[in-house]
Unconditional design. Structure first.
Length: 90
């Protein structure tokens, strides 16, 4: 589910969906370990809430990454050994 709200209704929409502030954009649960990726623009920075959630995930044994484009997001998955279909050689 997309937990972002681009219609200007945030944070009400996210709260109604049960999304906690700072939860990264992508969440993958693989072999019982949380893997989270925050998508940012070239100049985007993590908010205080995002840094706090990342710290909790890391302390709990999960993985957190920040990606600026699709290649960086896929690089996170590869670094964490998460399988993906139709992997292409670069």
């Amino acid at each position: 589910m997309d937990h972002a709200s681009y219609a200007g209704t945030a944070p009400g929409t996210r709260i109604g969906r049960g999304i906690v502030a700072g939860v990264p954009d992508l969440f993958v649960l693989h072999r019982g370990i949380a893997h989270m990726v925050e998508i940012k623009t070239e100049v985007g920075v993590l908010s205080d809430a995002q840094r706090a959630v990342a710290a909790v995930v890391l302390v709990a044994g999960g993985h957190v990454g920040v990606a600026r484009d699709a290649d960086e997001a896929l690089a996170c998955l590869d670094a964490w050994s998460i399988p993906r279909a139709r992997r292409l050689a670069m």
